[in-house]
Design a protein around this ligand. Structure first.
Ligand code: BEZ
Length: 202
């Protein structure tokens, strides 16, 4: 299998963490890929019409995207404890938590693009405030919920960890820890996992 990723992308990090947590990383050729919403990457465009990372090519099966689909596909390939619960209330809880984390990441990545890609004269303060509101609301929800996670590190928790890693990486000045002490304590623990350390964006 071949994975197009960028080390800065939190969505690609989700997939790379899942690959390592499931013991599948050895079988995946990771291709470090430069992506920009304003400069399409021709090689990636041949694999994924949305020209987005992560994208996973699976021999004999075609190409998979986005991160949620790739993560669930990888989870179907290993014999260990599933990262996506199979059915019932636990599955909906895990998928909802993944969606919460992905939504925070969508807002954070849009904020990042706004700051570094959009010309300064075209920036729109209300739009930026709207994204920040989603990030703040999402972090408060994670902070309230994390006490119930125990030592689980399934798809929802992996996504939450990618959110916090991305905020540290791109928005360190925002200090998400001070208003979210429970989340900060949870993150300090999971950040020590080998899968998290191996994929830490530099
Ligand atoms: C970033 O540089 O922050 C970034 C790169 C790729 C995808 C998303 C974010």
């Amino acid at each position: 299998m071949r994975l197009w990723y960028n080390p800065a992308s939190p969505f690609a990090r989700k997939v790379r963490i899942v690959a390592r947590e499931t013991g599948l990383a050895e079988g995946i050729d990771e291709v470090n890929t430069v992506v920009s919403p304003v400069k399409p990457n021709a090689e990636l465009a041949r694999e994924n019409p949305l020209i987005k990372i992560p994208t996973l090519a699976v021999p004999g099966e075609g190409t998979l995207y986005d991160s949620a689909v790739i993560c669930e596909y990888l989870d179907s390939l290993h014999p260990g404890a599933p990262l996506f619960p199979g059915a019932g209330a636990e599955r909906w809880r895990a998928l909802r938590l993944q969606a919460l984390g992905d939504g925070i990441l969508d807002a954070a990545v849009l904020m990042r693009y706004e700051g570094v890609v959009r010309p300064e004269a075209l920036r729109w303060g209300d739009w930026i405030s709207g994204q920040l509101e989603k990030i703040r609301g999402g972090l408060s929800a994670l902070d309230r919920e994390c006490a119930g996670w125990g030592d689980r590190f399934a798809i929802g928790q992996i996504t939450a960890a990618c959110v916090l890693g991305y905020l540290d990486f791109r928005f360190a000045e925002q200090d998400w820890r001070a208003p979210h002490p429970a989340l900060a304590q949870w993150y300090a623990g999971v950040a020590q996992r080998p899968s998290m350390k191996a994929t830490l964006p530099q």
